[in-house]
Design a protein around this ligand. Structure first.
Ligand code: PEP
Ligand code: MN
Length: 354
């Protein structure tokens, strides 16, 4: 259930509503409210209301509207918001902003190295990503690695290099945040905060990116073996904390077959468009783990109506410090960008001229 609070409600009327809601939910802790744009709302997971409670709620002066939503996730559901969300990436720093989701009719392509390795590697890749026609530069400064002995990223130095690459190319940048304590620091550099698969259910981190005053777009990757409902509930944490700018990213899920790194669940793309108004992009690099599969799965993702892609690119993939096997070269990226735009034009019934 979602209750929209009357914009002119007095503090007494609000207090009365809160007391009633605590009684209905049987909770001692105060019910929390969320501001979403112009709208102040309270989301509650109540399966059924008895008639007395329903009548009491409907007569509250502070209540403008009550919306019943059956799913456990509320604010991210299509039932709550029928129109697809569009999110502007890159409006905080000095890059060239790009819109993802909603009626945006061009897929947003994010590309760059798995990890920022050094200045030369990043600047060369950023220039190539720009020349290939992609929209956003990716690059990990803090890397979640399976082994503590693997390259962990350049840390703050990596953030400085990403900011420099943005200045040189105009591309907004996306980078991963792994710890709650680092959200504020990374928000000073990044245009999009990436939450990696391993942190999809780090609830403290989800709340922290939700509360952050900049409300920077958050790319929420699907957990290693997360169900779609768990993933949407993770997104709900961010939105319920006050940040509606969440982009979902399918990056493959665990399976028993080591031939590919993960299994790319492409069916989740059209399914998520039914379940949620949030944009959804695909990461064919981590999904497959093999660079030769990336162009085909990129085409398939756009044909499945993904709102964009995030792809690992390296000028010398065989010598990358991280995820080289799945990294493509800049010239392959140019082909993927071209094909993505062509497929989108076809989907929209436009005549495409290469
Ligand atoms: C990454 O994008 O480099 C990354 C670590 O991805 P994931 O969290 O999907 O494994
Ligand atoms: Mn990677």
């Amino acid at each position: 259930m979602i209750i929209t609070i009357h914009s002119q409600a007095t503090s007494d009327e609000r207090a009365q509503l809160m007391t009633l809601l605590c009684r209905i939910t049987g909770s001692q802790t105060p019910v929390t409210t969320t501001i979403l744009g112009e709208r102040e709302i309270i989301a509650l997971d109540i399966k059924a209301l008895d008639n007395d409670a329903r009548a009491a709620l409907q007569t509250q002066q502070a209540v403008a509207e009550i919306t019943h939503i059956q799913t456990a996730y509320k604010l991210v559901s299509r039932a709550f918001q029928a129109e697809s969300s569009s999110i502007v990436i890159g409006s905080t720093h000095d890059g060239q902003p790009v819109t993802i989701g909603g009626e945006a009719n061009s897929p947003v392509i994010m590309a760059g190295p798995c990890a920022v390795e050094d200045r030369e590697q990043l600047v060369e890749t950023a220039r190539a990503v720009k020349a290939a026609g992609a929209d956003v530069l990716r690059g990990g400064a803090f890397k979640p690695r399976t082994s503590p002995y693997q390259f962990q990223g350049l840390g703050i130095e990596g953030l400085h290099l990403l900011a420099e690459a943005r200045e040189l190319t105009g591309l907004p940048v996306i980078t991963e945040v792994m710890e709650t304590e680092m959200v504020d620091t990374i928000a000073q550099y990044a245009d999009v905060l990436q939450i990696g698969a391993r942190n999809m259910q780090n609830f403290a981190l989800l709340r922290a990116v939700g509360h952050h005053p900049h409300k920077l777009p958050v790319l929420l990757k699907r957990g290693l073996s997360a169900t779609i409902d768990e993933w949407l509930l993770a997104a709900e944490y961010i939105v319920a904390a006050g940040n509606p700018n969440v982009i979902l990213c399918e990056r493959g899920i665990r399976s028993y077959d080591p031939q590919t790194r993960n299994v790319l669940d492409l069916s989740c793309v059209p399914l998520l468009h039914q379940l949620t108004h949030l944009p959804i992009i695909v990461d064919p690099s981590h999904a497959t783990g093999k660079r030769e599969l990336v162009p085909t799965m990129s085409r398939a993702s756009i044909a499945a109506e993904a709102d964009g892609l995030i792809i690992e690119v390296h000028p010398d993939p065989d010598h990358a410090l991280c995820d080289g096997r799945q990294s493509i070269t800049p010239s392959q990226l140019a082909g993927i960008v071209r094909e993505s735009r062509a497929i989108t034009s076809l989907l929209h019934g436009e005549v495409y001229v290469a």
